[in-house]
Structures are given as structure tokens and as C-alpha cells.
Write a new protein. Structure first.
Lengths: 114, 112
């Protein structure tokens, strides 16, 4: 158990819909990261937040947005969903903002868009 | 970020040592070498990391070449539970962000 909690574990929805994925980081961790893993693209970094502020941005689509709340949990919002958005979405957390500590990953949220 | 090159797949027998290679010829002085693995249907997990010297922990050993252009992750006695995708990742501690950039990794199969 990494200490990172993601909900929901599974989600099935239709094209055009909007979903929200939630992540609670490990106790004491201030950084949260979101990753997307699809079969053909591997693990793709989406975005990093540190203590409520956006820290780094990766291959995140404009239809996707994220935020980190004062209690440090984070949400990833996916809108106007397309079939290609079907993937595993992982959240990870670390203590600080920089590449000096390990990342702890949750078990992922599996999104299926029909 | 400097890139790494790993074999797509490797096979091992249970209870035998496994050496997983990684090439990183463009590594810079502030890059640490990190290894993560991803077991089936799970999120990635940290395995080990190092800068210049060889490193050991309860999971594995990391052997780093003297010129730092390559490294090898060593699992001393592979178990069936070690079947996973292993990622070799360079992390620049001089950078301002903490994200990991994953490549395709090496898929390790362990035969009983």
C-alpha cells in the first residue's frame, strides 16, 4: 500500500460526457502528479501540482483540467470525452516539488469511454 | 531530459539472478539514475536510485558504470512476483519539477 488513494477504481461512461477523478496523496506529501497510461502510449505525464499551485505541465489536453485543494487532495477533470481517452489514470505524490524524492503511485482509475 | 535505452523484453528463470541493462549516454552531471517497476494491474513503484556509486537495498542492486553512460539493475534471485515492466529513468535534481518521464521499459518475464 503506497498510501495514495484514488477513486473511483473503475468508471464507464459515454462519449461527450465529463468525469472527475480524485486523488488523496500520502500523508505529508505536498506534490501530486497525474499520469495517463494507454496501451499504445505508455505512461504519459499530464500535470504536477505542488502545495496548490501548478508546477509542471506535460501532455495534458485542453479538455482536461486539474486542481489541488487546500487539503492537498487533487482532482482531474476530463470533459468532452472521446473513445481515445479510455485509459488508466494514475496519481502519484511526493514530499517536495523537485526530483529529489521518490514518487508514490496509487492503484489507478480505469476509465472506459463507450 | 536525457534519454535511456532499454531492451524491450527479457526472460529469467525463478531463483536465478537477473541483470537488466540501461544505456544513458547523454547523462548529465546532475542526473540521478532511478529505477521503477510496474507490476501487472498496479501503479509503478520505486525500486532503487543512484548517482555514481553502486547501491544496494532490500529489493535490488544498482551497478553504475564508471563513465555513468550505462547502468544495470540486478535482482539477485528472481521470483514470480518480480515479473513486471522495469523503467530506467534519469532525474535532474537541478530542475524545478519532480515528474518522472517514463520510456517503454523492459518487460521481465519469470519462468517457474
Amino acid at each position: 500500500d503506497s498510501g495514495v488513494t484514488q477513486t473511483p477504481k473503475h468508471l464507464i461512461t459515454a462519449t461527450g460526457q465529463r468525469v472527475t477523478l480524485r486523488c488523496s496523496p500520502r500523508s505529508g506529501d505536498l506534490s501530486v502528479y497525474w499520469y495517463q497510461q494507454s496501451l499504445d502510449q505508455g505512461l504519459q505525464f499530464l500535470i504536477q501540482y505542488y502545495n496548490g499551485e501548478e508546477r509542471a505541465k506535460g501532455n495534458i489536453l485542453e479538455r482536461f483540467s486539474a486542481q489541488q485543494f487546500p487539503d492537498l487532495h487533487s482532482e482531474l477533470n476530463l470533459s468532452s470525452l472521446e473513445l481515445g481517452d479510455s485509459a488508466l489514470y494514475f496519481c502519484a505524490s511526493s514530499e517536495g516539488p523537485r526530483a529529489t524524492g521518490e514518487l508514490f503511485f496509487g492503484e489507478g482509475s480505469r476509465l472506459t469511454v463507450l | 531530459d536525457a534519454k535511456t535505452t532499454q531492451p524491450n523484453s527479457m526472460e529469467s528463470n525463478e531463483e536465478e539472478p537477473v541483470h537488466l541493462p540501461c544505456n544513458h549516454s547523454t547523462i548529465s552531471g546532475t542526473d540521478y539514475i532511478h529505477w521503477y517497476r510496474q507490476l501487472p494491474s498496479q501503479g509503478p513503484e520505486y525500486v532503487i536510485h543512484g548517482l555514481t556509486s553502486n547501491v544496494n537495498n532490500r529489493m535490488a542492486s544498482l551497478a553504475i558504470a564508471e563513465d555513468r553512460k550505462s547502468s544495470t539493475l540486478i535482482l539477485h534471485r528472481a521470483t514470480l512476483r518480480d515479473a513486471a515492466v522495469y523503467y530506467c529513468i534519469l532525474r535532474d535534481v537541478g530542475g524545478s519539477q519532480g515528474n518522472l518521464i517514463f520510456g517503454k521499459g523492459t518487460k521481465l518475464s519469470v519462468k517457474p
